[in-house]
Ligand binder design. Structure first.
Ligand SMILES: [Zn+2]
Length: 296
């Protein structure tokens, strides 16, 4: 799942290519990804991509009227939530043919902009369709965007301490709750907790001041390191670059790069997370429902 560093890198990459270009046409293969009907997606044709940025884990493509437009919306933003399996692919070789609706292709939406053949696809792999695209005059019109917590990279340590003191729950869940802090998902929360030497099951409310400091430093270090490593990379390379930088996430059974202990995992029905017992839980192995079921 793309998180803050990947969404920032995608935004940066597409911004570098698409900003200033006219949108020639938008094709939608799967109408179910569109969460809004007004303005219609056809209204994007003829507009100019002003910028591509992000809010939390949402990609925000802002468009302004083209020079030939007379009465037109001053701003239409395409907001994309890539969810778990969504991605963006820039191409200079797009087919001019319309997308075939309902086909097996992972392409959900295609934006032709700039020269013929140029543009980008928003794709979604797999059968679970969770990708979401909104067309709005202001991203704040989207409840999920308006309800986002402060951006993980814009938090101060004091603000983080306040947030943690006012939330109940396990730190792993608090870090990944977008309404509390925006931008962090399953992979980087594993990395942040490992760097901060905190158990994923620690209660957010009872962290000591030195633990909050460690968490804050880890959050900034992990996210800025990942962002600078991914910056300027081809979008196609981002997933493998992300994987290379991970120290515990998705590395079950491999040695911890800090202490050499075997990395453990806790599994749920549709996801799992990883941690190092020696670095994070005083050597304690956390209960794992799947593992305990297997051992019965
Ligand atoms: Zn370790």
């Amino acid at each position: 799942m793309p998180e803050l560093p990947e969404v920032a890198a995608i935004a940066d990459y597409v911004d570098g290519r698409a900003a200033g270009l006219p949108i020639r046409r938008v094709d939608v293969a799967s109408l179910s990804v569109l969460k809004t009907a007004d303005p219609p997606y056809t209204a994007l044709a003829g507009r100019i991509v002003e910028s591509v940025g992000r809010i939390g884990k949402y990609l925000v493509i802002r468009t302004v009227p083209g020079s030939e437009a007379t009465a037109s919306e001053p701003m239409i933003a395409m907001v994309v939530h890539l969810s778990r399996a969504g991605w963006v692919r820039w191409s200079e070789d797009l087919s001019p043919k319309p997308l075939r609706p309902g086909g097996k292709s992972p392409i959900a939406l295609r934006v032709h902009c700039g020269l013929p053949g140029e543009g980008f696809d928003v794709t979604e792999a797999g059968t679970q369709k969770r990708l979401a695209v909104w067309l709005v005059r202001d991203p704040a019109e989207i409840d999920r965007v308006a309800g986002l917590g402060p951006d993980a990279l814009e938090l101060t340590e004091e603000r983080l301490a306040e947030i943690l003191a006012s939330t109940t729950g396990r730190i792993k869940n608090v870090l990944t709750d977008q309404r509390v802090i925006a931008g962090i998902g399953n992979a980087y929360s594993d990395e942040i907790l490992h760097t901060a030497r905190l158990s994923p099951f620690a209660s957010s409310k009872t962290l000591k001041p030195d633990q909050v400091s460690a968490l804050y430093d880890a959050m900034r270090t992990v996210l800025t390191d990942a962002s600078s490593r991914l910056e300027g990379q081809e979008v196609a390379r981002l997933k493998s670059e992300k994987r290379i930088g991970l120290r515990v996430h998705a590395r079950t059974g491999l040695p911890c790069p800090v202490c050499g202990d075997a990395i453990r995992e806790v599994s749920f029905a549709d996801r799992s997370f990883q941690y190092c017992p020696t670095c994070q839980t005083g050597g304690k192995v956390l209960a794992d429902r799947r593992m305990s079921r297997l051992l019965k």
